[in-house]
Design a protein around this ligand. Structure first.
Ligand code: ZN
Length: 293
C-alpha cells in the first residue's frame, strides 16, 4: 500500500491517525478499504456508526427496519428531533453523508432473518451486532460462526453493558476442524462464540428483561464506542481484541471487569458435535425480546 492513495483532503481529515506509527497512511488506507455491517441503528448502532464513519471506514452497511421515535432520542444520538417518523437507516445515512463524504453507506430497511442474513452480511469484513433482541443476536452468532465472519457483540441492560469480539477465524471448513480433532488435537486456543456462553435464547417471559425496561441514555454510547474501537482495531490488524474475553461494564458502580471465556466443546454451533449446521436449523423468532437498545 502507498500513502499516495490518500489525497490531500484525506491526509488532512485523517491526520491524527496518519501521524501515529500504529496506523500511518497504510492503516488509514486499510480503514478506507474496510467494510462493516452495523445491525441496528439504535442506541449501540448510533455511536458505532458515527465513529466508524469519522474514522474513515469506507463502506458501512446499516440494517434496521424501524422508524425513529421520540423516545429513542434520549440515547440514539445519530437521529435528531426532526427525524422522528423517518426510517432509522435514512436518518443514519444522512448523518454519515454530512460527516464524511468518503463513506459509502448502504442502507437496508429490513429485518435480519434466516432468509435475509446471507444477502445482508454478504462480503462485509466485520459485522457489528447493535441489535436489541435475542433472535437477531443468535442468528448473527450462528451465521458468523458458520461462515467465519468476524462479529462484534454488544448488549446493554439498565445500567450495565457487555462487549466481546468473536474473530471467527477457525481454520477452514468444519470437516477440516473435525479431522484435526480426530488426529488428537484438542480445542485449546479455539475462540468461543456467543452460544458457548449462552447456548439457548431465553423463552418469552422467562427473564426479567423480556419486558420493556429503562436504560441509562449514555450507557449504549459507552458500549457502542467500545464495539467501534474493536472493529477499527480489527481492520487495522493491531492491538488485542476482546477475543475470549467478555468485558462487563457497570455504569452505576463505574467498574469495568473482564472475564475469560472458553470455547465450549458442547456448544451447539461451534462445539465438537454441533447440532446447528445451517441457520435454517433454528427457529429464531419467538425468543425473548429485550427492550431499549
Ligand atoms: Zn460456541
Amino acid at each position: 500500500m502507498s500513502d499516495l492513495r490518500l489525497d490531500a483532503t484525506q491526509l488532512d481529515r485523517y491526520s491524527r491517525h496518519v501521524i501515529m506509527d500504529e496506523i500511518g497512511p497504510d492503516g488509514q488506507q486499510r480503514l478506507l478499504e474496510g467494510s462493516v455491517l452495523v445491525v441496528g441503528a439504535g442506541g449501540l448502532g448510533s455511536p458505532a456508526i458515527q465513529y466508524l464513519a469519522a474514522a474513515g471506514v469506507g463502506r458501512l452497511g446499516i440494517v434496521d427496519d424501524d422508524a425513529v421515535e421520540r423516545s429513542n432520542l434520549q440515547r440514539q444520538i445519530v437521529h435528531g428531533d426532526s427525524d422522528v417518523g423517518r426510517p432509522k437507516v435514512e436518518s443514519a445515512a444522512d448523518y454519515v453523508a454530512a460527516l464524511n463524504p468518503d463513506i459509502d453507506v448502504e442502507t437496508h430497511e429490513t429485518r435480519l432473518t434466516a432468509e435475509t442474513v446471507a444477502d445482508l452480511v454478504g462480503d462485509y469484513d466485520v459485522v457489528l451486532d447493535a441489535s436489541d433482541n435475542f433472535a437477531t443476536r443468535y442468528l448473527l452468532n450462528d451465521y458468523c460462526v458458520l461462515t467465519n465472519t468476524p462479529l462484534s457483540h454488544g448488549a446493554i441492560y439498565r445500567f450495565e453493558g457487555q462487549v466481546t469480539t468473536f474473530p471467527n477465524d477457525r481454520d477452514g471448513d468444519r470437516s477440516a476442524v473435525e479431522s484435526d480433532r480426530d488426529a488428537g488435537d484438542d480445542a485449546a486456543g479455539e475462540s468461543p462464540c456467543y452460544r458457548c456462553l449462552f447456548p439457548e435464547a431465553p423463552e418469552p417471559g422467562t427473564v426479567p428483561d423480556c419486558a420493556t425496561t429503562g436504560v441509562l441514555g449514555v450507557l449504549p454510547g459507552t458500549v457502542g464506542c467500545i464495539q467501534a474501537t474493536e472493529v477499527v482495531k480489527f481492520l487495522l490488524e493491531t492491538g488485542e481484541l476482546l477475543d475470549g474475553r467478555l468485558l462487563m461494564y457497570d455504569a452505576m458502580d463505574m467498574t469495568f471487569e473482564t472475564v475469560e471465556m472458553r470455547q465450549n466443546p458442547a456448544c451447539p454451533v461451534c462445539g465438537d458435535t454441533p447440532e446447528i449446521e445451517s441457520v435454517d436449523d433454528v427457529a429464531y423468532e419467538g425468543t425473548c425480546e429485550i427492550s431499549a437498545d
